[in-house]
Write a new protein. Structure first.
Lengths: 235, 789
């Protein structure tokens, strides 16, 4: 196994909604290893998204430690967190979050402009088979296509980690498979540490490891000896 | 009463959108306030004037003569439609006030004995009117009394026919004839240097050798009388006594100035409020269409629950009306307050015995109605879309915004602009109408500022033209009657006088076809250097041997051009008619003017060399001696001091403009803020997800805000030239409203004024963007990304 990219110790996140205290994360100890593809499973409210947000530098824990390599993310300033996201993390969201006023190519270029060592936008789009639709605006693309552009945008800066929150959540099974294929291919070819949140248990078998969340804690970590191809996933 | 659920939503929406609602309400309030202010002040001023005129029997026709016998009284009273008449003695005098170096000009007017005047009655503010037999008793007008701190019991000296006499003030009065009292040679009232006082008729006739005679007549006419007929008859009666040139109330100086002021208020009422109402309508349109887009699913749900289309439409209309009501409330209160303030300023500037602050309810209803109508009109399209939205469609998310690969793509290929800039450009072009209207709204602020600030430039230019190019003399002295050439030599010999130039003035009627104008024809010497006639480019021109030079306004009103012939009616010469060729057109900002070579005028009048007065330049060091001589020279009836006049003019105008500019700058800032703040907020609402995504990708707060700022900056920049252009147009129309026979204001706008207007607007825009920027900085990244657009 490669060395751990992320390590969390007793990671806790408490939200205050009105007077009600919600423990979204309740002492999570975990690792994500370099080059692995991990699937984060769990029902709604189990804490997996909160976990991903903290690891991705979008949110801070209430207590506990979260380190990226040797850096403690919990103590970084807003500006440092921005730089961390800019330089190390690629995000893919359920609702794509493409900029409607930019074409596919421009959406990717948006990120490559500010990255240190990006790949050309065309190359990133080619990795997700979208090079033929580069000049289209998001409104001219199907959901699956939009999500693939979002993946291209996430990987174009050659991030060390790719964090995907329900990347197939808004897609039908056929397009979902195509998106998963793009993700596994990138993980394989670029060696990008990839974490995919899903509550579709069928996807679990494409991962190296499956981390199950329940009630803000990790309930189980399962290592897949036998991984399957996305095309074999039965929805 | 339990509020229904929709109304609860309404109140909560209103509270949630408070900042944007307030911005719109403020713009509406400006419209309401300016409307109430200008119409209210107009009505107050007009009502006050009308009441004063009515109660104190202000004359409708005025005339003067050299010396007419009193027995004409019955003939004058018999002119059809004449209701009452008053024969008076009115003489210009010099006034010598202790502690005041220069002589003041004054006007002594006779009061009938043992009765009130039938026309132009006096309002007694303090003390009493002079007793018939008391030769030293006078009543002075309040402005003059106040300027010198005079009270009944005080005294001052006046020079009657060269004899100095001490006059005791027994009363302080106001006259409908001198609501706006302007002295000879002055451009604005200077109560310190111009005093009107009233003396018993018997005393006056003794002082001026007018026993059984009069030289001034005022009369009132029936309401619907044709004053032209009365004027003709009156001229006929007075003709043998050096009379003629009777004129209508419209040409009476005080009345005409008030008319000009009323016109200005009227112009303000018609030009300014519509701008605000239009901008407010646009802002309402902008935020309501956004609100309805956000409420889309709720609208679908309401309809699915069985709410009628109309109920849903009304719900949004109510929000608009609520915002309008807030605006109307703010606008009414501030309009009322400002109106009172303005009316008080009038009370100080004009001499009214009382002030009727007219605030009729209909005005508030009018302002309110117009505001609500404008706001609802702005909202109409959005409300309609909420009404017509089918519930099934509404519950689905809207189709994503489509963009086209316009020429922005070409910018892209040049590679100069970042993707963030491209985002801004595309967004700008995606909603061209909205971008255009935002730009137009912003340009209105620029225009409004230019319109309020340009008068500084125009007045500055005017002062330069009048005091430094045309009338460069230090003083103008006027003789009580025309004198022979030796008077000039005497004037030149007075202490301190370095140069003296003669002039002659005679009242005339200029006629061309059916057009006619009454004015003075001035004779000047061709070598005049102090007072010069200027051509349209402000270069001095010498009056040629023959012919007349007309000022631009006279030429255009009479439709005359050089080479044409004008008919000159000599009012002091039995209305003799002479044809004179127009030889030039001159620039002149004050009054109606016509100039001739002094020799040519002498020939026209057929009485040899006569002069009416002289323009002099004076050695400052000898002013006191000069004033002493002037005060004791019987033939000099008035002296106009250019320097004092100029300073007074500048000070008065600047005070007025500064007040107005402060108001306008506030209004412009409110518009800019309303437009830019709302645009930024709408953009932020529409693009929160986009901007949050950028933050997630690792763009800094500054970079993310730049997307918003670039777009608004482009709009604000594009608004500048448009604003300059609109500002020029508005200034032009305001200036047209200021043109009268009394004065003309040239349209001059310096570059610095355009720059100032732009800087103020840009500063206001930057301030509003900074406020919105703080929201960009605090975007909730996680929440925004989790929600579906």
């Amino acid at each position: 196994m490669n060395e751990a990219v992320f390590t969390t110790r007793n990671l806790t996140k408490i939200y205050l909604t009105g007077d009600v205290e919600v423990r979204a994360l309740n002492g999570v100890d975990s690792e994500l290893y370099g080059g692995e593809l991990a699937v984060l499973l769990g029902p709604s409210g189990s804490g997996k998204s909160t976990f991903l947000n903290i690891v991705g530098g979008l949110d801070r824990p209430t207590s506990g430690q979260v380190t990226f390599r040797d850096q403690d993310l919990a103590t970084l300033s807003d500006g440092k967190l921005t730089l961390y996201r800019r330089n190390h993390v690629g995000f893919v969201f359920q609702f794509y979050n493409l900029i409607p006023s930019l074409t596919a190519w421009e959406n990717v270029a948006l990120v490559t402009e500010v990255a240190d060592n990006p790949m050309p936008p065309e190359e990133a789009l080619a990795m997700v088979d979208m090079e033929k639709r580069m000049t289209h605006f998001p409104a001219q693309l199907s959901g699956g296509e939009q999500q693939r552009v979002a993946i291209a945008r996430a990987i174009a800066k050659r991030p060390e980690v790719l964090l995907c929150d329900e990347p197939t959540g808004a897609l039908d099974s056929k397009t979902g498979v195509i998106v998963l294929e793009a993700l596994t291919r990138i993980n394989r070819e670029l060696g990008t540490t990839t974490a995919i949140i899903t509550h579709n248990a069928a996807i679990r078998n494409i991962a190296h490891r499956v981390i199950s969340f329940i009630d803000g804690k990790i309930a189980e970590v399962q290592v897949n000896d036998q991984r399957i191809e996305p095309s074999e996933v039965v929805w | 009463m339990i509020m229904n659920m929709l109304d609860r939503k309404l109140v909560r929406d209103f509270v949630r959108l408070w900042a944007q609602s307030l911005a719109i309400a403020m713009v509406l309030a400006c419209g309401v306030a300016t409307l109430i202010l200008s119409v209210g002040a107009y009505r107050s001023l007009e009502e006050t004037r009308a009441t004063f005129y009515d109660r104190y029997r202000f004359a409708t026709v005025f005339a003067s003569a050299v010396r007419a016998p009193r027995h004409l009284k019955s003939r004058i009273a018999d002119i059809p439609d004449v209701l009452s008449s008053e024969l008076r003695i009115a003489e210009p005098v010099l006034i010598d006030v202790e502690g005041m170096r220069e002589p003041a000009s004054g006007m002594a007017i006779s009061l009938p004995e043992f009765r009130d005047p039938a026309v132009n009655r006096l309002y007694l503010r303090r003390g009493r009117l002079p007793e018939p037999e008391r030769s030293s008793e006078v009543a002075v007008v309040e402005t003059f009394a106040d300027a010198h701190g005079f009270e009944p019991g005080d005294s001052f000296e006046a020079i009657f026919n060269g004899r100095k006499q001490r006059l005791n003030i027994v009363g302080v009065v106001l006259s409908p004839e001198y609501i706006y009292a302007i002295g000879p040679g002055d451009m604005v009232p200077d109560p310190r240097r111009f005093g009107i006082f009233f003396m018993p008729e018997k005393v006056m006739s003794g002082l001026f050798d007018m026993e059984g005679a009069f030289n001034d007549v005022v009369l009132t006419a029936a309401r619907d009388a044709d004053t032209r007929v009365i004027i003709d008859r009156l001229d006929e009666i007075l003709k043998p006594y050096g009379g003629g040139g009777a004129y209508d109330r419209e040409d009476q100086i005080s009345h005409a100035f008030l008319d000009a002021e009323l016109d200005q208020l009227n112009a303000m009422a018609t030009v300014i409020p519509p701008i605000f109402l239009a901008v407010a309508a646009f802002l309402v349109n902008m935020i309501l269409s956004r609100l309805i887009a956000l409420d889309r699913e709720q609208i679908g749900l309401l309809k699915a629950l069985g709410y009628r289309n109309l109920t849903v439409g009304m719900h949004y209309a109510k929000l608009v009306i609520l915002i309008s009501l807030a605006g109307i409330l703010i606008g009414s209160v501030s309009g009322w307050w400002l109106g009172r303030g303005l009316t008080r300023i009038y009370a100080q500037f004009y001499s009214f015995p009382f002030l009727i602050f007219r605030q009729s309810v209909d005005l508030y209803f009018l302002a309110g109605g117009v505001s609500i109508a404008a706001a609802v009109a702005g909202a109409a399209k959005s409300i309609w879309s909420s009404v017509t939205l089918p519930p099934a469609v509404a519950m689905r998310p809207p189709a994503p915004t489509t963009y086209r690969n316009t020429f922005v793509g070409a910018l892209q290929r040049i590679g100069v602009f970042s993707q963030l800039s491209i985002m801004a450009f595309r967004h700008l072009l995606r909603w061209p109408v909205r971008s255009f209207l935002t730009m137009l709204g912003t340009s209105m602020s620029v225009a409004l500022l230019i319109t309020s600030l340009f008068s500084y430039d125009s007045i500055d230019y005017m002062i330069d033209a009048i005091f430094f190019r045309a009338d460069r003399q230090d003083a103008t002295i006027t003789f009580s009657v025309d004198r022979g050439p030796q008077a000039l030599i005497a004037a030149a010999a007075m202490p301190g006088v370095m140069r003296a130039e003669p002039y002659r003035m005679t009242p005339v009627n200029l006629r061309h076809g059916h057009r006619e104008l009454r004015m003075s024809l001035t004779g000047v010497t061709p070598d005049s250097d102090l007072s010069r006639v200027l051509d349209l480019d402000l270069f001095p021109v010498a009056a040629p041997e023959n012919g007349v030079i007309l000022s631009e306004r006279v030429a255009s009103k009479l439709k005359l051009e050089p080479g044409m012939t004008v008919e000159v009616e000599l009012l002091e010469r039995d209305k003799r008619l002479e044809d004179v060729t127009v030889v030039g057109v001159a620039q002149s900002y004050i009054g109606l003017n016509a100039y001739m070579h002094l020799d040519a005028l002498d020939r026209l009048l057929r009485d040899g060399r006569q002069i009416s007065g002289a323009r002099i330049s004076v050695d400052e060091a000898m002013l006191d001696e000069l004033y002493d001589v002037i005060k004791s020279t019987p033939v000099i009836s008035s002296i106009a001091l250019q320097g004092v006049s100029r300073d007074r003019f500048r000070a008065t105008i600047e005070e007025n403009i500064t007040t107005m500019s402060t108001i306008y700058v506030t209004l412009a800032v409110i518009i800019t803020f309303g437009v830019i703040y709302n645009s930024a907020r709408i953009q932020l609402s529409e693009r929160a997800r986009e901007l949050a995504s950028l933050r997630v990708f690792g763009f800094t707060k500054a970079e993310v805000s730049s997307v918003l700022i670039i777009e608004l900056a482009l709009i604000v920049l594009a608004a500048q030239p448009v604003g300059w252009l609109v500002g020029y147009g508005l200034s032009w129309s305001v200036m047209q409203g200021l043109q009268s026979d009394l004065f003309r204001v040239p349209l001059i706008i310096y570059t610095s004024t355009y720059a100032t207007a732009s800087l103020v607007v840009i500063a206001a825009a930057v301030a509003s963007v900074l406020i919105v920027r703080r929201r960009v900085d605090h975007l909730d990244l996680i929440r925004v990304l989790k929600t579906r657009e």
